[in-house]
Write a protein that binds this ligand. Structure first.
Ligand SMILES: C[S@@+](CC[C@H](N)C(=O)[O-])C[C@H]1O[C@@H](n2cnc3c(N)ncnc32)[C@H](O)[C@@H]1O
Length: 421
């Protein structure tokens, strides 16, 4: 059941989509077709997980249970340390606005469904919804078509700090109400916990899907980077690096293909025809897996851990078994998966980087270290314990500043616009 929404009795089950063999083996999300009767803000979420779990699925489940941005509004929270992501979102804001405008004109919905996938918590979460709402208001006046309902679904993994979003909703609702013309549309908002690597919503339910800085996170660390004794084949690196054997980069790529194709197929069923998605996530410039723009930040994390190994703070073995569930795809790899999905048209695919000029009061390294800490803290403390966090990210800030002084390094971000055909 979505958080923050009341549950009504389970609607009649009119058909169950049989699992395909491969999906069954993976214990993957399945969709149940409900004769879904919803009355304003009452929703029932489709069944997500098959009870059939394999060894591989257990690994995947672990990552999704542990991984979360640091919640709340404290010094180390994601809410206080997500300005780098905001900068990137601001760069693509015009694309989001144009896309919402076009889809509204094409679909003229009575009830418009919007989902923010991987919403996290903090100022970025609501700011994009406000922009979308305002765009719809302006467009609906322009074309003299008024939707009666504006539905917003905030999705993230169940461990996300949904409470912070819910606490901010009454004020946010007031803010949106100031823009409402003639009392329309009615606004309904709620949390939708679960992995976006699988079905989340009923068929043809959404008009617009937004996801920012999420799809570079895989559903799990690729299981084939471990040997039979569960030892990592990627010793000495936390992500694909110069030293990584080919099998490691191939394993990461395969996991990306599996995850991204499942994401696209799931969203394609949930979007109405003509519905659109704007997806922003990190990637790499070309076919080489190791490129300074994206692997640099993981290389620095490895070096920060190595300092702690040399100081006896952590064991080498512990570091050798730490790998991240991240993948930075290339343009071609993204295009291939969209093409294979078939039911989505890639309307736009742009690459951009973020300049480092307007940084906060501290050094660029400190800003990056705080951002990476807010993202990685849950995983690092689960593996190594919380004790090392302060020293680890002090090392990280120092190393980033050192490297940036020698060479200008900018992470690469992709923005995609997809249309359901
Ligand atoms: C860096 S945050 C981005 C938050 C926000 N969209 C922004 O741009 O600031 C990435 C978010 O993606 C979420 N996430 C990662 N994998 C996910 C999955 N499989 N399903 C749902 N959310 C996921 C994380 O929990 C996290 O909140």
């Amino acid at each position: 059941m979505p958080l923050g929404m009341s549950q009504i009795s389970r609607p009649p089950l009119v058909g169950r989509k049989p699992l395909r063999k491969k999906e069954r083996q993976k214990g993957m999300a399945t969709s149940w077709k409900f004769a879904l009767k919803h009355d304003h803000n009452f929703f029932i979420k489709p069944e997500l997980e098959s009870p059939i779990l394999t060894k591989k699925t257990k690994k995947k489940m672990d990552v999704e249970k542990v991984f979360h941005m640091t919640g709340g509004v404290g010094k180390t929270s994601y809410a206080k340390n997500s300005s780098l992501q905001k900068k990137a979102s601001d760069k693509v804001k015009h694309i989001i606005i144009e896309t919402v405008e076009e889809l509204y004109i094409e679909t003229t919905p009575k009830s418009i469904g919007i989902a923010d996938l991987g919403c996290s918590s903090g100022p970025n979460t609501l700011s994009i919804i406000k922009d979308i709402f305002q765009t719809i208001q302006v467009t609906s006046h322009k074309i003299m078509h008024h939707s009666t309902e504006f539905r917003v679904y905030f999705n993230d993994l169940p461990t996300n700090d949904f409470n912070s979003i819910f606490k901010a909703l009454p004020e946010f609702q007031k803010l949106l109400n100031q823009d409402r013309k003639n009392g329309f549309p009615s606004i309904f908002m709620g949390g939708y916990p679960g992995s976006f690597y699988g079905r989340l919503f009923p068929n043809s339910y959404l008009h617009f899907v937004h996801s920012s800085h999420c799809l570079h996170w895989l559903s799990r660390v690729p299981p084939t980077i471990y040997d039979e004794q569960k030892r990592s084949l990627n010793k000495g690196c936390v992500y694909i690096c110069d030293k990584s054997p080919e099998v490691v980069s191939q394993a990461y790529y395969k996991q990306f293909q599996e995850d991204f194709s499942l994401f696209l197929r799931s969203r394609s069923e949930e979007l109405v025809v003509g519905g659109k998605m704007v997806l922003t996530f990190l990637g790499r410039r070309g076919p080489e897996h190791v490129d300074r723009g994206n692997s640099f930040f993981w290389e620095i994390l490895t070096r920060s851990f190595t300092i702690l190994v040399s100081q006896g703070e952590i064991e080498q073995e512990k570091l050798d078994s730490y790998d991240v569930h991240f993948y930075a795809p290339s343009r071609e790899e993204i295009e291939d998966e969209v093409m294979k999905a078939g039911s989505l048209k890639l309307e736009r695919l742009e690459m951009f980087d973020i300049d480092k000029k307007e940084q906060g009061r501290e050094s660029y390294g400190t800003d990056v270290a705080k951002a990476v800490r807010a993202i990685q803290e849950s995983m690092v403390s689960n593996h190594f314990g919380e004790k090392i966090l302060d020293s680890l990210f002090e090392n990280y800030a120092m190393l980033v500043d050192e490297e940036i002084a020698k060479e200008d390094i900018n992470p690469i971000t992709f923005v995609l616009v997809l249309r359901k055909i």
